[in-house]
Design a protein around this ligand. Structure first.
Ligand code: G3P
Ligand code: CA
Length: 284
C-alpha cells in the first residue's frame, strides 16, 4: 500500500514540474508569464507613408517608409469626380495641398495640378502600384463616398487583380465601413480584411460583435489610446488580430505601451522610430 502511495506522490511531483515548465507560470501569482519579446514581430505599417518625415501619401513618404523597412505602406483612398481612385485622406484637399474643394467634386486632371508638398503630386492607386510593384505590401483603406455610397470596391479589386497583388498576398484592406468590407468580402473571400473601430465601438465592444466581425475580417483596428491588456485579450479570444492606430500627438507616448501589450500590428507615422523602439525592447 505504501509503495503505491509513494508512486502516486512521485507521479504528482513529476506532473507538477512539467506543468510549471510548459506554462512558464509565475510562482504564487497564478498569472502566466508573457512569451519572450525576442519572438515578437508585429506588423509595422507606415501610416500614409512615413508621414512624419515626408508629405503624406506622396511618393516621397512611401519611398522613405520602404527604405526604413516597414512591412506595409498604408494608403487612404477616395474617388475623384471622373471615377479615379486616388491616395488622399481628407474629404477635401485644403490640409494637404495648395488647392480647394472636395476630392469627389474634382477631376483627376484638376487634382494633378495641385502641390501635395515638396512639389509632389497626388497619386492614383494604380500609379503607386506601378511605382512600387512587389517591393512592398499595401494596407489600403476603403471608404463610402460623401453620400454613403459604395463606389470603389469592385474598381479597387480589379486593379489589385491586374497586378496580381491578391494572389501574391501583398494586400490587406481595411475600413471603418462594415458595408464596404462586406462588399469586398462578397467579391473575393481571399483578401485579408481589417475592421477599423470607431472610438464608441471600442468602448462598447462585445464578444458577439467580435464574432460577427470574424465572419469577414481577420483583424480589428482600434485607436491605441483606448487599448489596454484586457482589450487585447478580448480580441485575441475572438481569434482576431489587433492592429492599432494612433493620434499623431500621442504616438510616441503610446508606442512603448502597445509594444509591451504585444499588439499584432502598429500603424506609425515614423516606421524608423517604431522599429527602433521594438529593437530596444528586444535587446532589453
Ligand atoms: O487606417 C488606420 C488609420 O489610418 C485610421 O485612421 O483617420 O488616419 O485613416 P485615419
Ligand atoms: Ca487610414
Amino acid at each position: 500500500m505504501n509503495i503505491l502511495k509513494n508512486l502516486i506522490i512521485v507521479f504528482l511531483i513529476f506532473i507538477g514540474g512539467c506543468s510549471t515548465t510548459s506554462h512558464s507560470s509565475i510562482k504564487g501569482s497564478g498569472k502566466t508569464e508573457n512569451p519572450p519579446i525576442a519572438n515578437y514581430t508585429p506588423l509595422i505599417i507606415a501610416h500614409r507613408g512615413a508621414s512624419d518625415l515626408e508629405p503624406e501619401h506622396t511618393v516621397l513618404s512611401y519611398k522613405r517608409a520602404i527604405k526604413d523597412k516597414t512591412d506595409f505602406i498604408e494608403i487612404d483612398l477616395r474617388q475623384t469626380k471622373d471615377g479615379e481612385l486616388v491616395a488622399i485622406h481628407d474629404k477635401d484637399v485644403e490640409r494637404t495641398t495648395n488647392g480647394k474643394g472636395k476630392v469627389q467634386d474634382l477631376t483627376l486632371s484638376q487634382l494633378k495640378k495641385l502641390n501635395a508638398g515638396k512639389d509632389q503630386k497626388i497619386m492614383t492607386i494604380e500609379e503607386i502600384i506601378k511605382e512600387f510593384g512587389l517591393s512592398t505590401n499595401y494596407y489600403i483603406e476603403t471608404r463610402e463616398d460623401n453620400n454613403g455610397n459604395l463606389v470603389m470596391e469592385q474598381k479597387l479589386i480589379d486593379i489589385l487583380n491586374k497586378y496580381k497583388l491578391i494572389t501574391k498576398h501583398k494586400v490587406v484592406l481595411q475600413s471603418f465601413s462594415e458595408k464596404s468590407l462586406k462588399k469586398l468580402h462578397s467579391i473575393n473571400k481571399n483578401i485579408p480584411l481589417m475592421r477599423l473601430l470607431g472610438d464608441e465601438e471600442v468602448e462598447s465592444l462585445t464578444s458577439d460583435t467580435l464574432k460577427n466581425i470574424k465572419k469577414y475580417a481577420y483583424a480589428v483596428g482600434p485607436n491605441a489610446k483606448l487599448v489596454d491588456e484586457s482589450f487585447v485579450k478580448k480580441v485575441h479570444a475572438a481569434n482576431l488580430k489587433i492592429h492599432v492606430f494612433f493620434d499623431a500627438e500621442n504616438e510616441r507616448k503610446l508606442t512603448k505601451e502597445m509594444l509591451g501589450l504585444k499588439v499584432d500590428g502598429l500603424f506609425t507615422n515614423n516606421p524608423f522610430y517604431t522599429l527602433d523602439e521594438l529593437k530596444q525592447q528586444k535587446t532589453g
